[in-house]
Write a new protein. Structure first.
Length: 339
């Protein structure tokens, strides 16, 4: 496989053609807790289940407990696992060192494949290298678009966060925004900081990063409220996760601010907020698709030697804007917990 590193300008969207005809079905899902291991099985799966030998895939993320975004990723992964005759082991921890330990656990269990996020790539690279050296195929998703090739991963499924941020910045400029507070809920998380850097690059006005603790929503609310009271010139609050966006709408009210709220990522409640006008728009990176493709790609690699993007390009699942013009079409899927 060619592992030469292309420049950012050469990156392109790779369209994935599914080689197995299948009807997707949703699997039951419960919220994950950081660091706890759970073996997932999907019920109510329709016809089209693979007859290939049973394989075990570990999905290891940096999810913060309570963030509904990861429930959507997990549902996609479960649907692919049910279709592909895969035993899925899902674990998560937002701490980079702890997440690396979870990768080591997967290596020790001799799993057939690993799907991993690289939110903190430096903390992950040593253990990911051990997995690759052990002959375990590893794919990346969601976080790590700049690092997946360097760490020897086969494929990557997600959004180029800098490109997505630039798109948001340009959209804000077109809406007449002048000053933006970009709220980062986890300092040092490379994907989040890339989003705000992209917003700054694409925006014609002024941006300022505001760091909050995404694991403590009352603190998030009070921090944003205080910032809006201190600086009434802020006319847009941009958040990087749906739960933070919903909290930001309350902070705007508490701060007696005229600022509007826009965000990255979706959930069912956020779709309703776009419909009622309390949130202007969201950037959808299609987390269900990320989870599905991460698992399905490992099945395809094991059973047919396939890898998407030729090993040199990421498979981009976003960005796409959801606003009042198209939210009705998305709402049906969001109600099922898959968008």
């Amino acid at each position: 496989m060619n592992r030469s590193l292309p420049s950012r300008s050469r990156r392109f969207t790779v369209l994935v053609a599914m080689t197995a005809s299948t009807v997707l079905a949703l699997a039951g899902c419960s919220s994950s807790s950081g660091g706890k291991k759970s073996e997932e099985s999907a019920g109510g799966v329709s016809a089209g289940k693979a007859t290939t030998p049973r394989m075990t895939i570990a999905m290891i993320t940096h999810a913060v407990p309570g963030d509904t975004f990861w429930d959507t990723i997990r549902k996609g992964a479960q649907a692919a696992a049910a279709k592909d005759n895969v035993k899925l082991i899902y674990t998560s921890d937002p701490n980079g060192g702890n997440q690396a330990n979870l990768v080591q656990n997967a290596i020790d269990q001799k799993v057939d494949g690993i799907a991993v996020t690289l939110a903190k790539p430096d903390a992950m690279k040593g253990t990911v290298a051990k997995a690759v050296q052990a002959g375990i195929p590893v794919v990346g998703f969601n976080s790590g678009v700049d690092d997946w090739q360097k760490q020897g991963l086969l494929e990557y499924f997600g959004q180029d966060e800098t490109v997505a941020g630039e798109a948001v910045g340009k959209k804000l400029s077109s809406l007449g925004a002048k000053k933006v507070a970009c709220v980062i809920q986890e300092q040092g998380q490379v994907a989040l900081e890339a989003r705000c850097a992209g917003v700054k690059k694409g925006f014609s006005g002024t941006t300022e990063n505001l760091f909050v603790n995404g694991a403590d929503m009352p603190s998030v609310q009070s921090t944003i409220t205080a910032k809006l009271k201190q600086d009434p010139s802020i006319d847009y609050v941009v958040t990087l996760a749906a739960p933070v966006a919903l909290t930001a709408t309350q902070a705007v009210s508490d701060g007696d601010s005229k600022a509007k709220v826009a965000t990255f990522d979706l959930n069912k409640q956020l779709v309703k907020a776009i419909q009622d006008g309390s949130i202007q728009f969201a950037v959808d990176q299609q987390p269900y698709l990320q989870g599905y493709l991460a698992v399905d790609s490992l099945w395809l690699y094991k059973n047919n030697g396939n890898y998407s993007g030729g090993g040199v390009a990421p498979v981009l699942t976003g960005p796409a804007f959801v606003d009042e013009s198209n939210v009705a079409a998305v709402a049906t899927f969001a109600a099922k917990g898959t968008r």
